[in-house]
Write a protein that binds this ligand. Structure first.
Ligand SMILES: NC(=O)c1ccc[n+]([C@@H]2O[C@H](COP(=O)([O-])OP(=O)(O)OC[C@H]3O[C@@H](n4cnc5c(N)ncnc54)[C@H](O)[C@@H]3O)[C@@H](O)[C@H]2O)c1
Length: 427
């Protein structure tokens, strides 16, 4: 195996291209976004986990080349599809990107090529949707080409578990398809776990993400209950976490973000309906998690109330717009929902996020976190706790802070459960 094609060079595809180039394979990338192709050609990374120097070296040596033209995939030994799997306006799976990607692969497939779908999706997608597209014109899977599903597990911003450190799950249409995929991924990952079908591999990804969604919903519900009961939920979770077996901590917050956890469970519940099932855990978790920004706004209203202020007319500074710390990914970020709800209630919103310099859709740009500005706000809302933010200055200067991440105590070295400064209200 010498040449790998990757369709979709976003959060998943670009780090993957970099990893394959790193181990000496020739990588050919395809993306429909001209600006990404230009950035790659200039050796400029637009994904925080891919250093520009590495990209530049691979582009310079010819190991990695990208284009908007699918013809670049000709003569590839493997083609990996890393395209978005969003929801449509009715919150049903939108497979249009995967279909387009499969059509691109089909148009440029060489005999014997391995095609792998990496996008998170419902069980059955690889066999029922991708395989027929590749078989158009009389090609046969297992004979003329190979087909497998291998879910991407990348966690942007995770310094400990990157592509190489995270085991891979692979399921092929035939045993030979699986073996080919296993062989490919072993080039970049030490641990490849082969399952018997693509459906098992597809389901394993949905299980992983639904597991997170359900557990986060559980602690979110507990956070609301603990607040009513006067119990510190963070201290409670920290205490439960001392159990060395059978417990895993999840932490509450203003809601779910990112491309995976808020979206994937809907793929599962949608597919379940075709089998006369309703996935009640999934749906309940979705309801609780979706309600969290509304709960966070209630907490902001109540905090302002203690200062005899209303949301209407208050200057509120949102700290952290991306959905998780230390990355610039805005997709499905609960901060955007908080912004919308607080503005609808008449607040004057500013934001600070070192990873998101501008929010053109909202007509906003990140403001510097100066002492004067902090003193001049009515309330700072910590929505995402980026490491680059000096929380000591925020606590010393802002009159009121609503901390939706328990960031202040952790940031000031108090752990999850130390004393809370008097101007801070913790979720
Ligand atoms: N981002 C993550 O952390 C993550 C983690 C695990 C799995 N996933 C899954 O991986 C898949 C891809 O997600 P992502 O985050 O990389 O998405 P992304 O939006 O960052 O990247 C997708 C890329 O595909 C390109 N594209 C769209 N249509 C195209 C087409 N027809 N031809 C060529 N290029 C096209 C876009 O321009 C974009 O660059 C999704 O199914 C997602 O659920 C994402």
């Amino acid at each position: 195996m010498t040449r790998v094609g990757i369709i979709g060079l976003g959060y998943v595809g670009l780090p993957l291209a970099n990893a394959f180039a790193e181990v000496g394979l020739e990588v050919r990338g395809v993306d429909r976004d001209d600006s990404k192709i230009e950035a790659i050609a200039a050796g400029r990374s637009y994904i925080e986990d891919v250093p520009s120097e590495e990209l530049r070296a691979h582009v310079g040596s010819g190991a990695f080349a990208a284009s908007t033209d699918g013809a670049t995939l000709r003569e590839c030994d493997a083609i990996l599809i890393c395209l978005p799997t969003p929801l449509d306006e009715h919150r049903n799976p939108d497979l249009s990107y995967v279909i387009a990607g499969a059509e691109t692969a089909a148009a440029h497939l060489s005999p014997g090529t391995l095609v792998v779908l990496e996008s998170s999706t419902y069980p059955g997608t690889t066999r029922e949707l991708v395989q027929p597209i590749l078989e158009r014109g009389g090609r046969r899977v297992g004979e003329d080409f190979h087909l497998a599903f291998s879910p991407e597990r990348i966690d942007p911003g995770n310094a400990r578990f990157g592509i190489r450190e995270t085991p891979r799950v692979v399921g092929g249409i035939t045993a030979e398809c699986a073996a080919r995929a296993e062989q490919l991924y072993r080039r970049i990952v030490a641990d490849v776990h082969v399952v018997s079908t693509p459906e098992s591999a597809e389901m394993s990804k949905l299980l992983e993400n639904t597991f997170r969604a359900v557990n986060i919903a559980l602690v979110n519900e507990l956070a609301i209950l603990c607040e009513r009961m006067g119990i510190d939920v963070w201290e409670t979770i920290e205490a439960a976490s001392t159990k060395p077996f059978g417990f895993m901590p999840f932490w509450p917050g203003p809601g779910l973000g990112g491309h995976c956890i808020p979206v994937d469970p809907f793929y599962l519940s949608w597919r379940a309906k075709a089998f006369d099932m309703t996935t009640e855990f999934v749906d309940l978790a979705g309801r609780i998690n979706v309600s969290m920004p509304y709960y966070a706004v209630q907490r902001i209203q109540r905090a302002l109330n203690t200062r005899r202020k209303s949301v209407a007319g208050s200057r509120i500074l949102l700290l952290g717009m991306s959905y998780k710390p230390d990355v610039g990914d805005l997709r499905e970020s609960p901060s955007l929902k908080l912004l919308e709800l607080l503005r609808a209630d008449g607040a004057e919103i500013q934001y600070h996020d070192p990873h998101i310099p501008e929010l053109p859709s909202e007509g906003l740009a990140s403001v510097p976190l100066t002492e004067d500005r902090l003193r001049d706000t009515d309330c700072v809302v910590i929505a995402t706790d980026h490491a680059a933010v000096d929380l000591r200055v925020v606590v010393d200067c802002a009159p009121l802070i609503v901390d939706l991440r328990n960031a202040v105590r952790r940031g000031l070295g108090e752990g999850q459960s130390g004393p809370v400064p008097s101007n801070v209200d913790v979720l």
